[in-house]
Design a protein around this ligand. Structure first.
Ligand SMILES: [Zn+2]
Length: 150
């Protein structure tokens, strides 16, 4: 999977959308994910690429009681945005022949903010990583009846 090129969307009019089929093994730092499937719809908005869809995956977790590693089924709906930086927006406008004299950079919190990178790509693995992290239970159990190590 990795990165997905959205240049057609960035250049397109607001509302332009594209469906991406997710089927593979995301490369997520610090997480062990099995095959991940789903569908994401990418839609151009004024300042971002809106991503909506559903993802199913399995993440390898350690049982909080017996410390056994097991695959935890995970399903979640995704609704997030990759911001299109003004620099990207304006370079695009300039390419189309518009003159822009003011480029004002908006402030977004760096770390967790998803952005369309300078190659007009979105990192879907990073998006999935954030959702998986949000959905990991506080105390994962290999089985609700796990008795732990006795
Ligand atoms: Zn267990």
């Amino acid at each position: 999977m990795q990165k997905y090129n959205v240049s057609q969307l960035v250049k397109g009019v607001i509302g332009t959308s594209k469906e991406v089929v997710v089927d593979g093994q995301p490369d997520c730092e610090g997480l062990e994910l099995a095959k991940t499937t789903g569908k994401l719809k990418l839609t151009k908005t004024i300042s971002s690429i809106l991503v909506k869809g559903h993802i199913e995956t399995k993440v390898v977790l350690e049982c909080a009681r017996c410390l056994k590693r097991f695959e935890y089924d995970m399903k979640f709906d995704v609704e997030d945005e990759f911001y299109i930086s003004n620099a990207l927006k304006y370079s695009n406008l300039e390419q189309m022949g518009y003159y822009t004299d003011e480029v004002e950079e908006e402030d977004h919190d760096e770390d967790d903010t998803l952005v369309v990178d300078e190659h007009m790509q979105v990192d879907l693995d990073e998006l999935i990583r954030q959702y998986v992290l949000m959905n990991i239970p506080m105390k994962p159990l290999c089985d609700p009846n796990c008795k732990g190590t006795v």
